[in-house]
Design a protein around this ligand. Structure first.
Ligand code: NAD
Length: 251
């Protein structure tokens, strides 16, 4: 398998290149600048991506960058019929529409979290939310101090699931001053500190009892592994939008 990796000099890009090398997956690193890239890895600048995808036999693009760049790279995938795995988070609605349209032409798998355990957390949160009507729900997510978007894409996915399963629909972001809790609220708390890879905790509290569900990523390799698994799985699929849970169910 050969994958093109955009954002190759970023935190996730570098981890994907490392893990791909361990797995014997060929990579084309796409970045404006490079530091510490293995000599065996081919490199290209973002502006040459369309011609590289057209000329080389690339099985998938893996993108962990920023939303504006991500949708541009996706255009190159559409032009060259290259499947796309997108891990970038923080998309606007118009960018999500653009991704949806691209998936009419090429297979696209976008996930806010490529850790397998987060899919387990999502299922457990859904179940707990459905089983504990009327309980207060509060979500806290913690990431490293370089993360741009808040709350995280994973937090938003968990919040969507909680809202689907309960009557709580009002997201209250942090609390400050005199702000008592009202029925129907979901408290959302964001922490940015140090090098923390990613932690999501959902608390369900009734009178005199608390259920806490937590996932903690201990290394970026867990996300890189999921993204590489998704790229391999996407090979040969029909154009449409796929989910990471489909990959997990199948591998
Ligand atoms: P980072 O800042 O370390 O890396 C981002 C990379 O994107 C850098 O190499 C940067 O040069 C590149 N980039 C930025 N703007 C660009 C542009 N206009 N054109 C081309 N390249 C550009 O960030 P990171 O920690 O690697 O995270 C990247 C994204 O992945 C974020 O959105 C983050 O939330 C997301 N993420 C997702 C998962 C997941 O499992 N889905 C896990 C971790 C991070």
């Amino acid at each position: 398998m050969t994958v093109a990796v955009t954002g190759a000099s970023g935190r996730m890009g570098r981890t994907i290149l490392e893990l791909a090398s361990d797995r014997g997956v060929e990579t084309i690193a796409v970045s404006q600048t490079f530091t510490d890239v293995d000599e065996a890895v081919s490199t290209c600048k973002p502006e040459t991506l369309p011609s590289v995808l057209a000329e080389r036999s690339v099985d998938a693009l893996i993108d962990f960058t920023v939303p504006a760049a991500s949708v541009e790279f996706l255009d190159a995938c559409v032009e060259t019929e290259t499947p796309a795995v997108i891990g970038t988070t923080g998309f606007e609605a118009s960018e999500l529409d653009r991704i949806e349209r691209a998936s009419d032409v090429v297979p696209v798998l976008r996930a806010a979290n490529f850790a397998r355990g987060v899919q387990g957390l999502l299922a457990l949160v859904r179940e707990a939310a459905g089983a504990l009507p009327g309980y207060d729900v509060e979500l806290t997510e913690t990431h490293h101090n370089g993360k741009r978007d808040a709350p995280s894409g994973t937090a938003n996915t968990l919040l969507d699931a909680i809202e689907e399963e309960t009557d709580a629909t009002e997201r209250v972001y942090g609390r400050d001053g005199i702000q008592p809790r009202n029925d129907g609220e979901i408290g959302v708390h964001v922490r940015r500190a140090g090098s923390i890879r990613g932690e999501h905790e959902v608390v369900f509290a009734g009178n005199d009892e608390v259920l806490t569900l937590t996932h903690r990523a201990e290394s970026r390799r867990v996300f890189a592994a999921g993204a590489l698994d998704a790229a391999a799985w996407l090979h040969g699929r029909e154009p449409r939008r796929y989910t990471f849970s489909e990959v997990i169910a199948d591998t």
